[in-house]
Design a protein around this ligand. Structure first.
Ligand SMILES: Cc1cc2nc3c(=O)[nH]c(=O)nc-3n(C[C@H](O)[C@H](O)[C@H](O)COP(=O)(O)OP(=O)(O)OC[C@H]3O[C@@H](n4cnc5c(N)ncnc54)[C@H](O)[C@@H]3O)c2cc1C
Length: 453
């Protein structure tokens, strides 16, 4: 690619082997090979790369760890530069008096968690990809995780974002203060923008004190729908656990084949229910939850020590990769419905699976109504693949009919772009497109994402 020499001092590669590694992400979609991959080390480096791209009509694809499941981090055309944040991953400041932390976007979520927990603090957003995904990617997708039930999603912890806009100018959105009422919240517009409005270079996050105690329950069910009913019954008992995660019988089967953990195989579903806080209030809440679960015919066990808690969460986080042990391909979407509609969603998806003959596996953040729906199809079997692909629209229709949303956390990327109008009205879409044009008039930032080609 011509002109790259203008970027002297910045690590950059146009080697085919390298380009190939940055042409796909966890969506299993194949993108185009970019023209180059750059690894900036500072905001100034990012400014130079973006200005160069702007002047040469190249697309800029910001990239964290490439764990996007919607194709949000893959280049769609040859004339593009992937800006990888692998080398901008420093924890810059922990402000204990203000309960904030300043980081570079490439820091891995679990590393941030460990660093602040060591000091007695807590950063709640915990996507199941926390061992690999970056804070920059988490913000660009507004990532959630099991603990979102009680603590909310990434948006709730972002205070300030330094971003490079498409023309190379640098903006500071948000503030260091915990409250602010000055004009529009530009920071909130960046959150969930999937690399289409600006490239984040520094991020200030809010911290909490580390919870005193954590109690983890494993609840097993003989029927799937009862697991959904338990979710709304817990909330109507005025209890907010920190996590309520669902595994249906197929996901249990998949994990047991992938990494045997000794989960019971004669059940239809299990919930991981976790409480945290003051030991006395946890015990009271746990008693109420046990009562609710037993009334719905569930069996309950308690994870007694740290290693059994760790094992339960490793099991939960293994589901996504484990599903490939059932079929070589899956079409997965993370639909979300109001919490009291989870059992209806699970029932309707099970009916769809029975009717079509295609296994559809449900698991995920049941406490938030956010279910990962996995249509298990063989991509090499044309007929099966077509039936499976057509089920996506039906699942979205069911979700919308339950007043839900197409994505609870993974975003739109490429895979959901064709369906966005099922949820977002014409006028609202015009406003979103208007923002995109304002921030990025030439359309160089991560083109083709959210709004389609
Ligand atoms: C096994 C597995 C489990 C998962 N579990 C969850 C889960 O529980 N919850 C959840 O929310 N998601 C989950 N995901 C999806 C994914 O991990 C998240 O979307 C994550 O936030 C992406 O982070 P990343 O660093 O990999 O970003 P990437 O995939 O590299 O990028 C994602 C988006 O962010 C943009 N981006 C990245 N860095 C920047 C930056 N510095 N500035 C501007 N834009 C940027 C990219 O352009 C792209 O649009 C899971 C994925 C996998 C594979």
């Amino acid at each position: 690619m011509k002109g790259l020499s203008k970027l002297t001092g910045i690590e950059i590669s146009a080697d085919k082997e390298v380009l190939l590694c940055y042409s796909f992400d966890s969506s299993a979609l194949e993108g185009s090979l970019p023209s180059a991959v750059a690894w900036p080390k500072s905001t100034d480096d990012v400014v130079r790369i973006v200005k160069f791209a702007n002047e040469n009509n190249l697309s800029v694809i910001p990239r964290g760890a490439g764990t996007s499941t919607t194709g949000a981090s893959i280049p769609l055309k040859r004339e593009s530069i992937v800006v990888s944040f692998e080398k901008m991953k420093r924890l810059l400041e922990v402000d204990t008096g203000n309960l904030t932390v300043l980081v570079e976007p490439g820091i891995i979520n679990s590393r941030l968690q460990e660093e602040v927990e060591y000091l007695g603090f807590f950063y709640p957003p915990d996507p199941a990809s926390l061992e690999i995904s970056t804070i920059g990617g988490n913000i660009a997708t507004n990532a959630g995780g099991p603990r979102a039930v009680k603590y909310g999603v990434t948006r709730d912890y972002v205070m300030e974002i330094e971003a490079v806009l498409a023309d190379g100018s640098v903006v500071m959105a948000g503030s260091k203060t915990h409250k602010r009422a000055v004009g529009y919240s530009l920071k909130d517009i960046f959150i969930g923008s999937e690399g289409t409005l600006g490239v984040f270079t520094k991020i200030r996050l809010r911290l909490l004190p580390r919870p005193m105690e954590i109690l983890t329950l494993l609840v097993t069910f003989k029927d799937l729908e009862s697991s959904g009913k338990v979710v709304s019954k817990i909330f109507s008992s005025k209890i907010i656990p920190r996590a309520i995660e669902l595994m249906d019988r197929f996901s249990i089967e998949a994990v047991e084949r992938f990494k045997p953990c000794g989960l019971p195989r004669d059940i239809e579903a299990l919930l991981i229910i976790e409480l945290d806080g003051n030991p006395n209030s946890i015990r009271n809440d746990a008693e109420i939850i046990v009562d609710v679960c037993q009334k719905l015919g569930a069996d309950i066990s308690v994870a007694e020590d740290t290693s059994s808690k760790k094992k339960i969460w490793e099991t939960r986080r293994a589901i996504s990769p484990a599903l490939y042990y059932l079929k070589p391909f899956k079409i997965s979407h993370d639909v979300v419905v109001p919490r009291n509609r989870v059992s209806q969603l699970l029932r309707k998806i099970a009916e769809l699976s029975n009717k079509s003959g295609i296994p559809i596996i449900s698991f995920g953040h049941a406490g938030d109504g956010n279910i990962h729906v996995n249509i298990m199809v063989d991509k090499n079997n044309q007929e099966e693949y077509l039936i499976g692909s057509n089920l996506v629209k039906e699942i979205f229709e069911i979700t919308i009919s339950l007043q839900g949303s197409l994505s609870g956390e993974h975003g739109i990327g490429i895979t959901k772009a064709p369906y966005i109008e099922m949820e977002i009205g014409k006028r609202e879409l015009e406003l979103m497109r208007g923002l995109k044009n304002l921030y990025d008039p030439k359309g160089i930032l991560n083109p083709g994402k959210i709004f389609g080609a």
